[in-house]
Write a protein that binds this ligand. Structure first.
Ligand SMILES: [Zn+2]
Length: 70
């Protein structure tokens, strides 16, 4: 997986827009890969893209961020 992370709040919406999932975030389409919580702009932490183009997102809980590493 390639990482797209290290996101500042004011850049987040721009990045999400650029990769085409901003609408999906707003509509609650994405959930945390670790805990299953619905991802919003507020609790968005990290995003990775799998080789088949699926975005994997974690929320801001430390346990979830840890899980996204490696
Ligand atoms: Zn989570």
């Amino acid at each position: 997986m390639k990482k797209i992370t290290a996101i500042l709040d004011n850049q987040l919406t721009e990045i999400l827009k650029k990769i085409g999932i901003l609408e999906d975030i707003h509509t609650g389409k994405y959930t945390c890969i670790s805990c299953g919580e619905v991802i919003t702009i507020e609790n968005f932490s990290t995003i990775s893209e799998s080789e088949d183009g699926v975005f994997v997102i974690t929320c801001t809980k430390s346990s979830c961020r840890d899980e996204s590493k490696g």
